[in-house]
Design a protein around this ligand. Structure first.
Ligand code: UTP
Length: 224
């Protein structure tokens, strides 16, 4: 069974959480040893947003802003891949072809960004589609999807289950912007509606949530 694990930059990279990155490496190794084929997608977090800001101040266009942010996420991907050691692919995948190839060789795929105009959420959904993953797990900075933004609305209610169609209604933003932060970005929602890969959104601050979700424990928000 193939699984894509998306680790939010807001979780491991804003600020950089060395301990958590190390724990994720251990969990990913465990999942691989349990017989799963795994691909990991890491976001660029605060560093990516800082570089987007710098690019903006230099009056660079949105494409250039996205490009430097992609490099930041790839830097985290490289770090994580090094930590995986022999379990990981030989280098960070920078295309879906790369990822597919490495997975077929038995390595854990690690990716950051892919191309301008999207976020690593979309990368994760495109990757899941390409490798025919059965499950996409997203570790984020809240413990699931709420009916409205819990940071703005204290009365927001966590949703245990959602259909792909319902996803559009719970989010406010519908267009890509450099540095956008939404539990699942608008482009990714579109891809998910198309490929219908079962997705579970959990708190990324506890890496063991990934194992629990794989084992079918009812945590976070399940989208199917
Ligand atoms: P990330 O996807 O790296 O954000 O996108 P993140 O840090 O994980 O964020 P959370 O935790 O989900 O919020 C950061 C920015 O990098 C550019 C976009 O501008 C995006 O908003 N990016 C990233 C791309 O243009 N293309 C990619 O494939 C990935």
């Amino acid at each position: 069974m193939r699984i894509v694990i998306r680790i939010g930059g807001s979780v491991v990279a804003s600020p950089i959480n060395t301990e958590l990155l190390g724990k994720y490496a251990e969990i990913i190794k465990t999942i691989k040893n349990d017989g799963y084929e795994v691909a990991v997608v890491l976001g660029g977090g605060a560093l990516a947003r800082e570089f987007i800001g710098i690019a903006k101040n230099l009056e660079l266009d949105v494409n250039a802003q996205d490009e430097v942010a992609i490099s930041c996420s790839r830097l985290f991907a490289q770090l994580f891949l090094k930590k995986l050691g022999a379990d990981g692919c030989s280098r960070v995948a920078t295309s879906l072809d790369d990822a597919e190839h490495c997975l077929s060789q038995g390595g854990v795929v690690v990716m950051g960004g892919l191309r301008p105009g999207i976020t690593t959420d979309t990368v994760a959904t495109l990757l899941a589609e390409r490798i025919h993953a059965e499950l996409l797990l997203k570790g984020t900075d809240q413990n699931g999807i709420y009916n409205k933004d819990p940071k703005k609305h204290p009365d927001a209610v966590k949703l245990d289950r959602l259909t792909f169609e319902e996803l559009t209604n719970v989010f406010e933003q519908n267009e890509h912007k450099a540095g956008i932060h939404q539990i699942i970005d608008p482009e990714a929602v579109k891809v998910l509606k198309r490929n219908r890969v079962k997705t579970i959104v959990v708190s990324g601050f506890k890496p063991e949530n990934m194992l629990a979700a794989i084992k079918g424990k009812n945590i976070g928000t399940i989208i199917n």
